[in-house]
Design a protein around this ligand. Structure first.
Ligand SMILES: N[C@@H](Cc1c[nH]cn1)C(=O)NCC(=O)O
Length: 473
């Protein structure tokens, strides 16, 4: 009899505990749509600040030449140094491992802090405070006299910025999964990209206005740095909600032990042909877009004789298009599939637009909007496709690996673009000819198209179902 009572008591206890757990899950913060989307907006702000700083100096290339004597190669170097920690120290991959070990809050704070430090150092390197023999000026003048002390300090800043920025994107991707898994995940990823690119849109329009400030053109660089600093503060707010959610669901974090990164995972990924093609498409496609975007304002300024403001505005049409189209195409892929085909169409559009830029004088306004469609088609189809070909528990390492490979292009092609520009234009020329630089970007697009075609062909063999709607696989 006592054992019978004990049995009934245990059953009641287990049932009650289960009910309590279910209740906790039901009422956890992620189940409240308002809180969930508010969290997306919060981390979206961090991403927007990241993208703002990444692009803030692009419309100011001619200002950097005027103020510091930057050549096109110097500018290319400045853009590309962002990628060095991610290519040569595999920071995006390492960041993923650190993320799995330390969790979202500590990893996020650490890498966003690096991003902030880098942004502040860059702004300091361009400031009058530094140029008037400020801290580090004498040291930066003491070596490699071929490079100005301003360029060297700004390179150091952008290096630190890149070290933090790419891993912070990996952290934010995990945050999105944490809050949206089993809910509106694909749409949330599309909106995340849209919010990030709002930062680029603002950068191309605000920087040209801020250089005209009474306090001097460096207001533009300080504003960008303080925007990133405010993102660090906003992330602190996110951390409070993250902690609360963890306490509610009674887990230390989203990831279990089995999800931790192992180096053998990389070997498995490298044996997967579809994954290799999508990674090579990621490398070539993004190399034809981001480095082009960095030079685009200067290209419009030189080819069409526009003002800094107008050329910055035209460049911003690319991110503005993607802010609208990426969530739309994400929704399309979720519902109707056709991801491999969309990547082919996106690559085709990219090649066509770059060739038009190289050989014709057609209005860049329309071309940039069309390029925005390409820049939405490929990312909206590419990132969810990876989830079909890689086990969910390995998705972090897969994205980290893709980011590192992509950064190889984001490192090499801005330098090459600058070298091609300097090499094909006589020194001191008043109007730069961009034909060969644009041809280089078009060639990258052709390689992207080839990898997209191979990916579609391979999909018929591998059966990952890239052409099928999201929930059918
Ligand atoms: N790795 C980033 C590159 C980037 C550009 N600006 C700031 N970071 C990336 O590829 N993001 C994905 C995207 O489609 O924007």
């Amino acid at each position: 009899m006592p054992s019978e009572k004990a049995f009934v008591f245990s059953v009641l206890l287990i049932t009650n505990t289960k009910l309590m757990n279910t209740e906790a899950l039901k009422t956890s913060l992620r189940d409240n749509p308002f809180t969930r989307w508010a969290m997306l907006l919060t981390v979206g702000f961090v991403l927007a600040a990241n993208y703002y700083f990444y692009d803030a100096l692009s419309p100011l290339k001619s200002t950097l030449t005027k103020e510091f004597g930057f050549t096109s190669t110097d500018f290319g170097l400045f853009v590309s140094v962002y990628s060095i920690p991610n290519v040569f120290f595999l920071m995006a991959v390492m960041g993923g491992i650190i993320l799995d070990k330390l969790g979202i809050r500590r990893t996020g704070f650490m890498f966003i802090a690096f991003m902030t430090l880098g942004a502040l150092v860059t702004a300091y390197g361009a400031s009058d405070m530094y140029r008037n023999n400020g801290l580090g000026y004498a040291f930066m003048s003491s070596f490699m006299p071929g490079y100005s002390p301003e360029l060297k300090m700004m390179l150091l800043g952008r290096f630190l910025f890149g070290l933090g920025a790419e891993t912070s994107i990996v952290v934010i991707s995990k945050i999105i999964v944490k809050w949206f898994k089993g809910k509106e995940l694909a749409l949330a990823f599309g909106v995340k990209l849209g919010l990030a690119r709002t930062g680029s849109f603002l950068a191309f329009n605000l920087s040209p206005i801020l250089i005209e400030a009474e306090a001097g053109w460096t207001v533009a660089t300080w504003f960008a740095a303080f925007f990133v600093t405010s993102a660090l503060l906003v992330f602190l707010i996110y951390m409070m909600f993250d902690l609360k959610l963890d306490r509610q669901v009674e887990h230390g974090g989203l990831l279990s032990k089995s999800e931790e990164f192992q180096f053998s995972d990389l070997t498995k990924l490298l044996m997967n042909r579809s994954f290799i093609y999508v990674t090579l498409l990621c490398l070539t496609f993004y190399s034809a877009v981001f480095p082009f975007l960095s030079f685009s304002a200067d290209f419009f300024l030189n080819k069409f004789g526009m003002s800094i403001k107008e050329s910055g505005f035209i460049s911003s049409l690319l991110p503005v298009g993607t802010m609208i189209f990426t969530p739309l195409f994400g929704f399309f892929v979720d519902k109707y599939g056709k991801a491999a085909s969309l990547m082919i169409y996106g690559s085709l559009i990219l090649v066509t637009v770059h060739l038009i830029f190289a050989f014709t004088g057609l209005t860049p306004y329309v071309m940039m909007v069309i390029l925005g469609v390409a820049f939405s088609l490929v990312p909206a189809a590419m990132w969810p496709s990876v989830a079909k070909m890689v086990d969910e528990t390995r998705i972090g390492s897969a994205y980290g690996f893709m980011f590192s490979v992509q950064n190889l292009g984001l490192w090499a092609f801005p330098i090459l673009a600058g070298v091609v520009l300097d090499g094909t234009n006589p020194e001191g020329t008043s109007q730069l000819d961009y034909t060969y630089t644009m041809l280089m970007f078009a060639c990258l697009g052709v390689f992207g198209l080839l990898f997209a075609l191979l990916l579609k062909r391979e999909d018929k063999v591998s059966g990952y179902g890239l052409e099928l709607p999201s929930n059918s696989k």
